[in-house]
Design a binder for this molecule. Structure first.
Ligand code: ADP
Ligand code: MG
Length: 283
Protein backbone atom coordinates (compact mmCIF):
# COMPACT_ATOMS: atom_id res chain seq x y z
CA UNK A 1 0.00 0.00 0.00
CA UNK A 2 1.08 3.57 -0.60
CA UNK A 3 1.71 5.73 2.47
CA UNK A 4 0.99 8.93 0.54
CA UNK A 5 -1.21 9.53 -2.50
CA UNK A 6 -1.65 12.87 -4.22
CA UNK A 7 -3.89 13.41 -7.25
CA UNK A 8 -4.13 16.59 -9.28
CA UNK A 9 -3.40 18.78 -6.26
CA UNK A 10 -3.73 22.52 -6.81
CA UNK A 11 -3.15 25.44 -4.49
CA UNK A 12 -3.72 29.07 -5.34
CA UNK A 13 -2.61 31.93 -3.13
CA UNK A 14 -4.95 34.63 -4.38
CA UNK A 15 -4.31 34.69 -8.13
CA UNK A 16 -0.94 32.89 -7.84
CA UNK A 17 -0.78 29.16 -8.61
CA UNK A 18 1.72 27.62 -6.16
CA UNK A 19 0.78 24.00 -7.01
CA UNK A 20 -0.43 23.24 -10.54
CA UNK A 21 -1.83 19.72 -10.55
CA UNK A 22 0.62 17.57 -8.58
CA UNK A 23 0.43 13.75 -8.74
CA UNK A 24 2.51 11.60 -6.39
CA UNK A 25 2.60 8.17 -4.82
CA UNK A 26 4.98 7.25 -2.01
CA UNK A 27 5.65 3.65 -1.08
CA UNK A 28 5.38 2.68 2.61
CA UNK A 29 8.79 2.46 4.26
CA UNK A 30 10.59 4.41 1.55
CA UNK A 31 12.66 7.55 1.72
CA UNK A 32 11.08 9.95 -0.75
CA UNK A 33 12.84 13.17 -1.73
CA UNK A 34 10.99 16.27 -2.94
CA UNK A 35 13.60 18.20 -4.86
CA UNK A 36 13.19 21.72 -6.14
CA UNK A 37 14.56 25.26 -6.11
CA UNK A 38 13.30 27.91 -3.70
CA UNK A 39 9.72 28.88 -4.44
CA UNK A 40 8.94 25.59 -6.24
CA UNK A 41 6.07 24.81 -3.85
CA UNK A 42 7.73 22.22 -1.59
CA UNK A 43 6.56 23.70 1.71
CA UNK A 44 3.07 24.28 0.30
CA UNK A 45 2.83 20.60 -0.66
CA UNK A 46 4.08 19.40 2.74
CA UNK A 47 1.69 21.72 4.59
CA UNK A 48 -1.20 20.30 2.55
CA UNK A 49 -0.08 16.74 3.37
CA UNK A 50 0.05 17.37 7.13
CA UNK A 51 -3.32 19.13 7.08
CA UNK A 52 -1.94 22.59 7.87
CA UNK A 53 -3.24 24.12 4.64
CA UNK A 54 -6.42 23.69 2.58
CA UNK A 55 -5.70 22.84 -1.08
CA UNK A 56 -7.72 24.62 -3.77
CA UNK A 57 -8.58 21.26 -5.38
CA UNK A 58 -7.35 17.71 -5.77
CA UNK A 59 -7.17 14.52 -3.72
CA UNK A 60 -4.83 13.74 -0.83
CA UNK A 61 -4.41 10.60 1.25
CA UNK A 62 -1.83 9.99 3.96
CA UNK A 63 -2.05 6.49 5.46
CA UNK A 64 -5.40 6.29 3.70
CA UNK A 65 -6.73 9.37 5.55
CA UNK A 66 -7.82 12.73 4.20
CA UNK A 67 -5.69 15.25 6.18
CA UNK A 68 -8.54 17.77 6.48
CA UNK A 69 -11.38 15.34 7.24
CA UNK A 70 -9.58 13.22 9.84
CA UNK A 71 -6.91 15.51 11.27
CA UNK A 72 -6.77 13.99 14.76
CA UNK A 73 -6.35 10.38 13.56
CA UNK A 74 -3.72 11.52 11.09
CA UNK A 75 -1.71 13.73 13.49
CA UNK A 76 -1.37 10.81 15.89
CA UNK A 77 0.47 8.85 13.18
CA UNK A 78 2.61 11.47 11.47
CA UNK A 79 5.52 13.67 12.45
CA UNK A 80 6.19 17.09 10.93
CA UNK A 81 9.40 19.08 11.07
CA UNK A 82 8.63 22.53 9.62
CA UNK A 83 11.16 24.49 7.60
CA UNK A 84 11.89 26.87 10.50
CA UNK A 85 12.01 25.04 13.83
CA UNK A 86 8.88 25.86 15.88
CA UNK A 87 10.22 25.50 19.42
CA UNK A 88 9.74 27.17 22.80
CA UNK A 89 13.00 29.11 23.08
CA UNK A 90 12.81 29.55 26.86
CA UNK A 91 12.24 25.86 27.52
CA UNK A 92 15.04 23.29 27.57
CA UNK A 93 15.43 20.69 24.83
CA UNK A 94 13.95 18.04 27.13
CA UNK A 95 10.97 20.26 28.04
CA UNK A 96 10.27 20.95 24.37
CA UNK A 97 10.30 17.24 23.51
CA UNK A 98 8.17 16.46 26.60
CA UNK A 99 5.67 19.09 25.51
CA UNK A 100 5.22 17.43 22.10
CA UNK A 101 5.04 13.98 23.73
CA UNK A 102 2.27 15.05 26.10
CA UNK A 103 0.41 16.84 23.30
CA UNK A 104 0.25 13.43 21.61
CA UNK A 105 -0.61 11.70 24.89
CA UNK A 106 2.27 9.30 24.29
CA UNK A 107 2.20 6.46 26.82
CA UNK A 108 5.45 6.00 28.73
CA UNK A 109 6.49 9.47 27.54
CA UNK A 110 9.44 9.88 29.93
CA UNK A 111 11.35 6.90 28.56
CA UNK A 112 10.60 7.77 24.96
CA UNK A 113 11.74 11.39 25.48
CA UNK A 114 15.13 10.17 26.71
CA UNK A 115 15.36 7.82 23.72
CA UNK A 116 14.81 10.52 21.11
CA UNK A 117 17.08 12.97 22.92
CA UNK A 118 19.86 10.38 22.76
CA UNK A 119 18.99 9.59 19.14
CA UNK A 120 19.34 13.28 18.21
CA UNK A 121 22.58 13.40 20.22
CA UNK A 122 21.18 15.98 22.63
CA UNK A 123 21.53 14.12 25.92
CA UNK A 124 24.35 16.35 27.20
CA UNK A 125 22.58 19.65 26.50
CA UNK A 126 19.06 18.42 27.24
CA UNK A 127 18.57 20.80 30.20
CA UNK A 128 19.83 23.96 28.51
CA UNK A 129 17.29 26.45 27.17
CA UNK A 130 16.86 26.21 23.41
CA UNK A 131 17.71 29.90 22.85
CA UNK A 132 21.34 29.04 23.73
CA UNK A 133 21.50 26.48 20.87
CA UNK A 134 23.03 26.77 17.40
CA UNK A 135 20.82 26.47 14.31
CA UNK A 136 21.90 22.86 13.76
CA UNK A 137 21.10 21.94 17.37
CA UNK A 138 17.65 23.53 17.10
CA UNK A 139 17.01 21.39 14.04
CA UNK A 140 17.99 18.32 16.06
CA UNK A 141 15.52 19.33 18.81
CA UNK A 142 12.87 19.87 16.14
CA UNK A 143 13.59 16.39 14.75
CA UNK A 144 13.33 14.87 18.24
CA UNK A 145 9.94 16.59 18.70
CA UNK A 146 8.71 15.22 15.36
CA UNK A 147 9.81 11.69 16.31
CA UNK A 148 8.77 11.37 19.94
CA UNK A 149 5.37 9.77 19.32
CA UNK A 150 6.83 7.15 16.95
CA UNK A 151 5.11 8.38 13.78
CA UNK A 152 4.62 6.02 10.84
CA UNK A 153 5.16 8.83 8.34
CA UNK A 154 7.63 11.65 8.85
CA UNK A 155 7.48 14.94 6.89
CA UNK A 156 10.73 16.89 6.99
CA UNK A 157 10.81 20.29 5.29
CA UNK A 158 14.42 21.08 4.28
CA UNK A 159 15.89 19.44 7.40
CA UNK A 160 19.45 19.88 6.15
CA UNK A 161 19.32 23.49 4.90
CA UNK A 162 22.01 25.61 6.60
CA UNK A 163 23.38 22.54 8.39
CA UNK A 164 27.12 21.87 8.27
CA UNK A 165 28.30 18.94 6.08
CA UNK A 166 29.21 16.75 9.06
CA UNK A 167 25.77 17.09 10.64
CA UNK A 168 24.14 16.72 7.22
CA UNK A 169 25.78 13.31 6.86
CA UNK A 170 24.58 12.32 10.32
CA UNK A 171 21.03 13.44 9.56
CA UNK A 172 20.90 11.34 6.41
CA UNK A 173 22.22 8.27 8.24
CA UNK A 174 19.45 8.84 10.80
CA UNK A 175 16.85 9.09 8.03
CA UNK A 176 18.07 5.84 6.46
CA UNK A 177 17.96 4.11 9.86
CA UNK A 178 14.36 5.25 10.32
CA UNK A 179 13.36 4.04 6.85
CA UNK A 180 14.95 0.69 7.69
CA UNK A 181 12.52 0.37 10.61
CA UNK A 182 9.55 0.83 8.25
CA UNK A 183 8.94 4.56 8.73
CA UNK A 184 8.02 6.43 5.53
CA UNK A 185 10.05 9.63 5.12
CA UNK A 186 9.00 12.52 2.91
CA UNK A 187 11.90 14.97 2.77
CA UNK A 188 12.13 18.23 0.85
CA UNK A 189 15.44 19.74 -0.18
CA UNK A 190 16.82 22.32 -2.58
CA UNK A 191 20.23 20.56 -2.51
CA UNK A 192 20.33 18.56 -5.73
CA UNK A 193 23.07 16.16 -4.58
CA UNK A 194 20.83 14.87 -1.77
CA UNK A 195 18.74 13.10 -4.43
CA UNK A 196 21.32 10.30 -4.40
CA UNK A 197 20.42 9.46 -0.81
CA UNK A 198 16.72 8.86 -1.51
CA UNK A 199 14.91 5.75 -2.74
CA UNK A 200 12.86 7.87 -5.09
CA UNK A 201 12.71 11.57 -5.93
CA UNK A 202 10.21 13.94 -7.45
CA UNK A 203 11.49 17.12 -9.04
CA UNK A 204 9.20 20.09 -8.46
CA UNK A 205 9.49 23.38 -10.29
CA UNK A 206 7.00 26.25 -10.31
CA UNK A 207 4.31 24.05 -8.82
CA UNK A 208 4.63 21.18 -11.31
CA UNK A 209 6.36 17.80 -11.02
CA UNK A 210 8.90 17.51 -13.85
CA UNK A 211 9.97 13.93 -13.12
CA UNK A 212 9.57 11.15 -10.57
CA UNK A 213 12.26 8.50 -10.63
CA UNK A 214 14.89 6.59 -8.69
CA UNK A 215 18.34 8.23 -8.48
CA UNK A 216 19.62 5.52 -10.84
CA UNK A 217 16.83 6.22 -13.30
CA UNK A 218 17.64 9.93 -13.22
CA UNK A 219 21.34 9.25 -13.82
CA UNK A 220 20.43 7.25 -16.92
CA UNK A 221 18.77 10.36 -18.32
CA UNK A 222 22.16 12.06 -18.23
CA UNK A 223 24.86 12.05 -20.87
CA UNK A 224 28.51 11.08 -20.81
CA UNK A 225 31.48 12.78 -22.34
CA UNK A 226 33.94 10.47 -24.04
CA UNK A 227 37.46 11.79 -24.58
CA UNK A 228 39.81 9.87 -26.86
CA UNK A 229 43.47 10.79 -27.26
CA UNK A 230 44.58 9.70 -30.69
CA UNK A 231 48.17 10.58 -31.62
CA UNK A 232 48.56 14.24 -30.62
CA UNK A 233 44.88 15.06 -30.97
CA UNK A 234 42.20 14.78 -28.33
CA UNK A 235 38.62 14.30 -29.49
CA UNK A 236 35.44 14.62 -27.50
CA UNK A 237 32.14 12.85 -28.09
CA UNK A 238 28.87 13.42 -26.26
CA UNK A 239 27.12 10.10 -25.80
CA UNK A 240 23.99 8.87 -24.04
CA UNK A 241 24.68 6.96 -20.82
CA UNK A 242 24.13 3.52 -22.34
CA UNK A 243 26.88 0.92 -22.90
CA UNK A 244 25.94 0.43 -26.56
CA UNK A 245 26.46 4.16 -27.22
CA UNK A 246 29.98 3.95 -25.84
CA UNK A 247 30.75 0.93 -28.03
CA UNK A 248 29.33 2.76 -31.04
CA UNK A 249 31.44 5.88 -30.39
CA UNK A 250 34.60 3.81 -29.98
CA UNK A 251 33.99 1.65 -33.05
CA UNK A 252 35.51 4.26 -35.39
CA UNK A 253 38.83 4.09 -33.52
CA UNK A 254 39.16 0.34 -33.86
CA UNK A 255 41.77 0.56 -36.59
CA UNK A 256 43.94 3.31 -35.10
CA UNK A 257 46.89 1.95 -33.14
CA UNK A 258 47.77 5.49 -31.99
CA UNK A 259 44.86 5.70 -29.50
CA UNK A 260 46.69 6.25 -26.22
CA UNK A 261 43.92 7.14 -23.75
CA UNK A 262 40.16 6.80 -23.44
CA UNK A 263 38.19 8.51 -20.66
CA UNK A 264 34.45 8.59 -19.94
CA UNK A 265 32.90 11.15 -17.64
CA UNK A 266 29.20 10.77 -16.87
CA UNK A 267 26.90 13.61 -15.83
CA UNK A 268 26.49 13.87 -12.07
CA UNK A 269 23.00 13.62 -10.63
CA UNK A 270 23.14 17.33 -9.90
CA UNK A 271 23.84 18.09 -13.57
CA UNK A 272 20.99 15.84 -14.67
CA UNK A 273 18.53 17.46 -12.26
CA UNK A 274 19.60 20.98 -13.14
CA UNK A 275 19.34 19.99 -16.81
CA UNK A 276 15.76 18.80 -16.27
CA UNK A 277 14.85 22.01 -14.50
CA UNK A 278 16.61 24.13 -17.14
CA UNK A 279 15.10 22.25 -20.09
CA UNK A 280 11.64 23.04 -18.87
CA UNK A 281 12.61 26.65 -18.26
CA UNK A 282 13.29 27.18 -21.96
CA UNK A 283 10.29 28.63 -23.83
P1 ADP B 1 9.38 26.26 -1.46
O1 ADP B 1 9.08 25.64 -0.13
O2 ADP B 1 9.63 25.25 -2.53
O3 ADP B 1 10.47 27.27 -1.38
P2 ADP B 1 6.76 27.50 -1.09
O4 ADP B 1 5.77 26.38 -1.04
O5 ADP B 1 7.15 28.09 0.22
O6 ADP B 1 8.05 27.04 -1.93
O7 ADP B 1 6.19 28.67 -2.00
C1 ADP B 1 5.77 28.43 -3.33
C2 ADP B 1 5.34 29.74 -3.94
O8 ADP B 1 4.15 30.20 -3.29
C3 ADP B 1 6.37 30.86 -3.79
O9 ADP B 1 6.33 31.65 -4.96
C4 ADP B 1 5.87 31.64 -2.59
O10 ADP B 1 6.25 33.00 -2.67
C5 ADP B 1 4.36 31.49 -2.71
N1 ADP B 1 3.71 31.48 -1.39
C6 ADP B 1 3.96 30.64 -0.36
N2 ADP B 1 3.16 30.88 0.69
C7 ADP B 1 2.37 31.93 0.33
C8 ADP B 1 1.32 32.67 0.98
N3 ADP B 1 0.91 32.36 2.21
N4 ADP B 1 0.75 33.67 0.28
C9 ADP B 1 1.13 33.96 -0.98
N5 ADP B 1 2.11 33.32 -1.65
C10 ADP B 1 2.72 32.31 -1.02
MG1 MG C 1 10.03 25.80 1.64
Amino acid sequence: MSAIEVQNLRKNYGGFEALRGVDLEVRTGSLFGLLGPNGAGKSTLIKALVGALRPSSGELRVLGLDPLREPARLRAQIGYMPQSPALYEDLSARENVLFFASAHGSPDAGKRVEEVLAFADLAERADDPVHTFSGGMKRRVSLACALVHQPRVLFLDEPTAAVDPHLRGRFWRTFRDLAATGVTLFISTHLMDEALLCDEVAILRQGSILATDTPQGLLQRGRSKLTVRCGLAEREHLIESRPEDLAEALRGYGLYPEVSAVAVRADTLETVVLGLIGEEAAP
